[in-house]
Ligand binder design. Structure first.
Ligand code: NAP
Length: 274
């Protein structure tokens, strides 16, 4: 990659940011498409987020991904927020249109694309989401319109109830559960908690009653103990690398207006993960 005065800059704001896999994925895509763009990680302290967002305009960055812990707070500093991001209450992608900063959330659509490419449709499925945070909200936004039913399990009942109430504004058949006694009835179970990120984490739920008819999707981008145990039960398993890939591919499209080279991005992402 050669940086010149014409190179268009994109990147990511996070705190911390050193573990991000997005630069590998986006820079590989720019290079493959021979686009004069580059993608840079920026360590942005929460106290400096407003300054950093102003800098997007000041130094003419084309687009920025937003990661933990800034996805919600950043919304205050943008000029316009896309409907989907407003619902989710979080922005993961900013587009700078000649100084006007527009916020998007590509996580939910990224998740649906990853299901689609695995040949899975949520239609006619009873789906359980374990967790009621930002990721649950992003995937729930789409699933509640497609699935036969959607159930939210939340450690904090009030948070799960709040999410279910919001989701009922866009889809039917959304309910809340506070136990896993009927786990056998779900066609698809999604882990949207961080449990499994660390190797000594507890499982988000007991896998003993899983069966080979079920799909288990862990939003964590690596193979987790949950996925290992579900696979041993014969379940179809998916990790979050597909969602991560597609949220990035959708951001790439928003910034460049070009169709993303998804297979190049996938290869770069998997190389960075493993
Ligand atoms: P979040 O907003 O902090 O929400 C986390 C949820 O998990 C909350 O509902 C929380 O419960 C629950 N939880 C946390 N620890 C728990 C525990 N010990 N037992 C039971 N529930 C617990 O986080 P998030 O942004 O939604 O992210 C969740 C996961 O999704 C993370 O692992 C993240 O890596 C993954 N993710 C993946 C992608 C991707 O592209 N693949 C994108 C976004 C997120 P309370 O409500 O009680 O706090």
């Amino acid at each position: 990659m050669t940086i010149s005065g014409k190179t268009i800059i994109t990147g990511i704001f996070g705190f911390p940011v050193e573990h991000t896999l997005s630069p590998a994925m986006h820079n590989a895509a720019f290079e493959a498409m021979e686009l004069d763009y580059c993608y840079v990680p920026f360590l942005v302290h929460p106290d400096k987020l407003e300054n950093a967002v102003s800098a997007i305009r000041a130094i003419n960055l084309r687009g920025i991904n937003i990661t933990v812990p800034h996805k919600e707070k950043v919304m205050e500093f943008l000029d316009e927020i896309h409907e989907e991001a407003l619902f989710i209450g979080a922005v993961n992608t900013i587009v700078n249109n000649a100084g006007k900063l527009v916020g998007f959330n590509t996580d939910g659509r990224g998740f649906m694309r990853s299901l689609g490419e695995a040949g899975i449709s949520a239609r006619d499925k009873d789906v359980l989401i374990v967790g009621a945070g930002g990721a649950a909200r992003a995937v729930g936004y789409y699933l509640c319109r497609e699935a036969h039913s959607l159930t939210i399990y939340g450690r904090t009942r009030s948070r799960a109830e709040g999410l279910a109430e919001d989701l009922r504004k866009v889809g039917d058949a959304v309910s809340v559960s506070n136990n896993f006694s009927d786990i056998e009835r779900f066609h698809m179970i999604i882990n949207a908690t961080p449990l499994g990120l660390k190797h000594d984490d507890l499982l988000p739920f007991d896998t003993k009653n899983l069966s080979k008819e079920q799909i288990v999707y862990d939003l964590i981008y690596k193979n987790t103990r949950l996925l290992e145990e579900a696979r041993a039960k014969g379940c179809l398993v998916l990790n979050g690398s597909g969602m991560l890939l597609w949220q990035g591919a959708l951001a790439f499209e928003l910034w460049t207006g070009e169709l993303p080279p998804v297979e190049i991005m996938r290869r770069a992402l998997l190389k960075a993960i493993y």
